[in-house]
Design a protein around this ligand. Structure first.
Ligand code: NAP
Length: 278
């Protein structure tokens, strides 16, 4: 039976250490989150970020805009925050309404305050094999989790399912930096099951239950990023835990695996930006 990759336990350990560090700062880091519209999931994420930050002693502010805010108004606010010496980190919660260009928003956030690592500057650095100001939160959390369990990636075949800008794409570069052989799959991939069968490590970020135990190689490592509610309202991941856990050597649960690590990385990134700004 697979060992559980316990994101909650690692979160508690990392955040306890981080709090001690923040306690010693004479001024405190400040994280500003911009939320546009009424998306209920986004509201929950943003409030969780604020609560976690405040527990650690990070000053946390949420700036809320109605759905119909203009792009100009939003960009002006970001410029104002870029120039505000008290602000350490800026996060614009995605998704944004369609009339606002995500590209223009990302282009406006100062790379030195880009806590998600999503600006073209930081993405460009990552994709050219250089070190960005900070690494994107979910991929960073996944690597912290694998590292905690001493799972080496060098020479391994890592199959990532999903190629979004928040998970699959940046993760592929970070895993490449670990000297693994990386295959990135997506909705047009043919023979997904055959590819997964060759994986030493499977990292799935799709949002649908697509991976069953019979598709896996014995003793593979599984990181399940996906999260969605099934028809009974139960929170599920991409991987069928019951059939996968007896075959894998390690598996991250949903909930309690990658989710807590994403928020942990956000807090780590805020403090990293703060230290760089000093
Ligand atoms: P996304 O932007 O919708 O991307 C989903 C990816 O899955 C796309 O690349 C898509 O391919 C691919 N895909 C869809 N159906 C597929 C199939 N049948 N076979 C193979 N690939 C398929 O989603 P996201 O924002 O990356 O999020 C993915 C999941 O991770 C969601 O459940 C989300 O809630 C979760 N998530 C969790 C955390 C966390 O902290 N735990 C963080 C981020 C995301 P195409 O590119 O071809 O469309």
């Amino acid at each position: 039976m697979a060992t559980i990759l316990d994101g909650k336990k690692l979160r508690d350990k990392i955040l306890a250490e981080l709090k001690l560090k923040i306690d010693k700062f004479s001024t405190k880091p400040e994280l500003v989150v911009i939320l546009v519209g009424e998306n209920p999931a986004s509201k929950i994420y943003v409030n969780n970020k604020k609560k976690t930050a405040e527990k650690l002693g990070i000053i946390s502010k949420i700036i809320e805009y109605p759905e119909n805010v203009t792009e100009k108004e939003l960009l002006e606010k970001i410029e104002e925050l870029n120039n505000d010496k008290n602000v350490t980190a800026i996060l614009v919660q995605l998704p944004l309404p369609e009339h606002i260009s995500k590209e223009n928003v990302m282009n406006t956030i100062a790379p030195s305050k880009d806590v998600d690592g999503f600006t073209p500057y930081n993405f460009g650095k990552l994709f050219s094999g250089e070190i960005p100001t900070v690494y994107p939160c979910t991929p960073k959390g996944i690597l912290l989790l694998l590292n905690e369990y001493n799972i080496q990636l060098e020479g391994k075949h890592v199959v990532i399912v999903g190629r979004s800008n928040i998970v699959g794409r940046p993760l592929s570069q970070m895993i490449l930096n670990e000297n693994a052989t990386v295959t990135v799959c997506h909705s047009h991939t043919k023979n997904l099951a055959d590819i997964i069968k060759t994986a030493d490590v499977v990292i799935s970020a799709v949002g649908k239950n697509i991976i069953k135990g019979e598709m896996l190689k014995n003793d593979c490592v599984i990181v399940d990023v996906g999260i969605f509610k099934d028809e009974n309202g139960k929170t599920r991941g991409d991987v069928d835990f019951e059939s996968a856990a007896p075959i894998a050597s390690y598996i991250s649960p949903v909930p309690g695996g990658v989710g807590p690590m994403t928020i942990t990385s956000l807090m780590l990134n805020t403090v990293e930006l703060f230290e760089k700004s000093l």
